[in-house]
Design a protein around this ligand. Structure first.
Ligand SMILES: [Zn+2]
Ligand SMILES: [Zn+2]
Length: 156
């Protein structure tokens, strides 16, 4: 999805380094490398996808480093961790949210991001009925994808 907001890697690095300092974690170069690659990715990914991506780009990082860095990035809210039904955890930069929702194929796990203005009205109406003040929403629609070529489940 084309995002209007430009991801600012320097700002992300700053937020990450503030967090590591505050929590007394080691400030290793590898961790920033992981963050840089995630910003480059600019989409949803699982830990394994990131691992293969980084190694294909010549970064020799271990799975352990990837997992621990993803954990840290989630704890300082730079990343959001999604648990889509039946899928391994997916991550994305929280700066990409909350302006989209997710459509997930229950057969192959393929994820589509969509924007639907009317959901903002629904959120507002529901909050009004219950006397709440809206902050954000997250909708996951589970369905079956239309493209057999793209669906890993159908390909096998
Ligand atoms: Zn998303
Ligand atoms: Zn599918």
């Amino acid at each position: 999805m084309a995002s209007d907001k430009k991801l600012n890697i320097n700002e992300l690095n700053q937020r990450f380094s503030d967090f590591l300092k505050r929590k007394n974690y080691r400030n290793t170069q590898e961790r920033y490398r992981v963050l840089e690659r995630i910003a480059e990715f600019d989409k949803h990914f699982s830990a394994d996808e990131l691992y293969f991506y980084m190694n294909s780009r010549g970064d020799s990082v271990s799975r352990a480093t990837i997992y621990s860095t993803l954990d840290l990035l989630t704890r300082c809210a730079i990343l959001v961790k999604h648990r889509f039904q039946g899928e391994s955890a997916h991550f994305e930069l929280s700066d990409r949210l909350p302006d989209h929702d997710h459509l997930i194929c229950v057969e192959c796990g393929f994820i589509v991001e969509f924007q639907e203005e009317s959901l903002v009205d629904v959120q507002k109406r529901i909050c009004e009925i219950h006397g709440f003040k809206p902050v954000k929403h997250s909708l996951q629609v589970f369905a079956v994808c239309p493209d057999p070529g793209r669906c890993e489940h159908n390909r096998s």
